[in-house]
Design a protein around this ligand. Structure first.
Ligand code: MEV
Length: 437
């Protein structure tokens, strides 16, 4: 076990690697070589990547893929995707192709408010606190002037301040709930900066507010931070077709397919065991586009799963309905995403991803992301109710298995042909390699 090290972040990259290999990795030269091999040969690009995080010692690659034929609101998109799961891109691409001739995906933003909170403890009643905020509203807002100036020019800013009484849940606990429009940015920095400026001002004003002084009331600001839960920043997407147009799916009668799909979606609505996996399938696509566009996928994950629990039990995020011979899939999710700010102006591939999407506004981007999630969802459930997931998954995983078993290029080529109509698993791949040295 290594001794505690002080000042690790101050070491140079080479010193950090020296420490790591000496103390944890058997002083291995191979480790140093591996880390060097993953550096970018272009110094400028490497410098950009080094700047994203503390203590970085190399780069960590994931495949950068694209999925064409995504018709969303009558526009044909090619979607950039970053994922390590081998079957995700193939599946979503099939789904996009399937829906292309059926009108594609339709999507719209239903609401666009993000919220930040100042969490306070106050030893008085709500009306007194509300009075204080009302009387000082202009000054409180003025404290954010320098931060909101540019955002206002882009149509954003602060749209409401509300006082919420939470004293039934926790003694003296109140919230100042503040509504924001962050235009095309996700807005985390903007919201948090505004909240911190407002908090400072509130503290200062409260100390000289006469009714507080006379009655011995005081505001204690506990913390100020945006909420990643955005139930008023909602996008919906759907895809629909006549049941008879489901004709080409794995030789299954279209009515049978539609009913089985609906039943699978209904199970996900009422059964948490299925709902979590169903939603994970949606997030396979959503996370992949979020990573490719430099968005905060952890924030979106947290948001979406909280939303899935809104009815006091965890439910699936998407629905399947059959009405008048129409088969329809739909999804409604909260999405707080951005197409400017963050690393969107810094990461060369993020810039490329956004360009590929036509540099969308954040509202258009919400529509794209929701549609990708729904497409991924359709692909997964379609496999599950027909061939099963393993067939496609293992076909994509075959190359990984072969590489893990040190197969050479020729063996990989032959294996791809051999396994076209055969079951792929650890045993069958081993047997193939034995018989095909
Ligand atoms: C695998 O990554 C995702 C699925 O499990 C999703 C689902 O079951 O709907 C296939």
């Amino acid at each position: 076990m290594p001794k505690k090290i002080i000042g690790f972040s101050k070491l140079s990259r080479v010193e950090k690697i020296d420490w790591l290999t000496k103390n944890i990795l058997d002083n291995s030269n191979q480790v140093k070589l591996l880390l060097d091999n993953y550096l970018n040969s272009n110094n400028d690009i490497q410098t950009i990547h080094d700047s994203f995080s503390e203590n970085s010692i190399s780069n960590f690659y994931l495949p950068y893929s694209v999925s064409p034929n995504f018709l969303i609101n009558d526009k044909n998109y090619t979607i950039p995707l970053v994922t390590e799961e081998s079957s995700v891109v193939a599946a979503v691409s099939n789904s996009a192709k399937f829906w292309f001739n059926k009108g594609g995906f339709k999507s719209k933003v239903k609401s666009f408010i993000k919220r930040g909170y100042i969490y306070i403890s106050f030893n008085g009643k709500i009306d007194i606190l509300k009075d204080f905020i009302e009387k000082n509203r202009a000054d409180i807002l003025k404290s954010t002037y320098n931060i909101t100036k540019n955002m206002k020019k882009r149509g954003g800013g602060i749209s409401a301040i509300n006082v919420v009484d939470k004293t039934d849940d926790l003694k003296d606990y109140y919230q100042l709930s503040i509504d924001f429009n962050t235009s095309d940015s996700m807005g985390a920095n903007f919201i948090n900066s505004c909240l911190e400026a407002m908090s400072k001002k509130i503290e200062e004003l409260s100390r000289r507010y006469e009714p507080f002084i006379v009655n011995n009331f005081s505001i204690n600001i506990i913390m100020s931070i945006l909420s990643n839960f955005t139930p008023d920043c909602i996008v919906e997407a759907y895809a629909e077709c006549e049941i008879k147009d489901l004709i080409a799916i794995d030789d299954i009668d279209p009515n049978e397919f539609a009913n089985k799909m609906k039943y699978a979606f209904d199970i996900a609505k009422i059964d948490i065991n299925r709902a979590v996996t169903h939603n994970k399938g949606i997030m396979n696509g959503i996370d992949a586009i979020l990573i490719a566009t430099g968005n905060d996928f952890r924030a979106v994950e947290a948001n979406v799963h909280a939303y899935a629990s809104l009815n006091s039990k965890y439910e699936s995020l998407s629905q399947c309905t059959i009405l008048d011979n129409k088969f329809r899939l739909s999804i409604e999710i909260p999405l707080s995403v951005g197409t400017v700010g963050g690393i969107t102006d810094l990461h060369p591939l993020v810039k490329l991803s956004l360009k590929m999407l036509g540099n969308p506004s954040s509202r258009d981007f919400m529509c794209i992301v929701a549609s990708v999630g729904l497409a991924q969802n359709f692909a997964a459930v379609k496999s599950l109710i027909t061939s099963g997931i393993q067939k496609g998954h293992m076909r994509m995983h075959l190359i990984n298995l072969l590489i893990k078993k040190n197969a050479n290029e020729d063996q990989i080529k032959r294996a791809k042909k051999f396994f076209v109509d055969k079951e792929i698993n650890n045993y069958s791949v081993n047997e193939f390699l034995k018989l095909n040295p």
